[in-house]
Design a protein around this ligand. Structure first.
Ligand code: THU
Length: 140
């Protein structure tokens, strides 16, 4: 992890502390490096109506867009334990919407352990994206 990765780590760790996760007890933080060079973070926000809960990555993406950045340069996700917490399937698709295939996703555990460094293409191979819609509506 380089200096920027450590900044992402700190931002995600701080966001995790503000998570609202009383139902699962599983607090997650995410941090995104936007194409404006700034870091945006988010935490999971659960709800008594369980399916309405939001993941940390979704919160961080909202913060990025509202902050004015349009594309994701790098992502870091952190959760409890030693095992790196990887983005859920839905969040892989959410990240993919705003990230090039080669964008690095760092997955970390709060209690040490070696972080997992991967890419969004590796996490979500053969993914569906905006280009499918354009290709299928061209000329119509
Ligand atoms: N969670 C995230 O915030 N991000 C992920 O990618 C994995 C899951 C949250 C959702 C829920 O609030 C809790 O972790 C347990 O699933």
């Amino acid at each position: 992890m380089d200096g920027m990765d450590l900044e992402l780590f700190e931002a995600a760790r701080k966001a995790l502390e503000f998570a609202h996760a009383p139902y699962s007890g599983f607090s997650v933080g995410a941090a995104i490096l936007g194409d404006d060079g700034r870091i945006y973070s988010g935490c999971n926000v659960e709800n008594a109506a369980y399916p309405l809960g939001n993941c940390a990555e979704a919160s961080a993406i909202s913060a990025m867009l509202a902050g004015g950045a349009r594309r994701i340069r790098k992502v870091l996700t952190i959760g409890p334990g030693r095992v790196p917490v990887t983005p859920c399937g839905g969040c892989r698709q959410r990240i993919r919407e705003f990230a090039a295939p080669s964008v690095i996703v760092i997955c970390a555990g709060l209690d040490g352990g070696e972080p997992l460094l991967t890419t969004i293409a590796e996490l979500l191979p053969h993914s569906f994206g905006p280009q499918f819609l354009q290709e299928n509506t061209r000329g119509e």
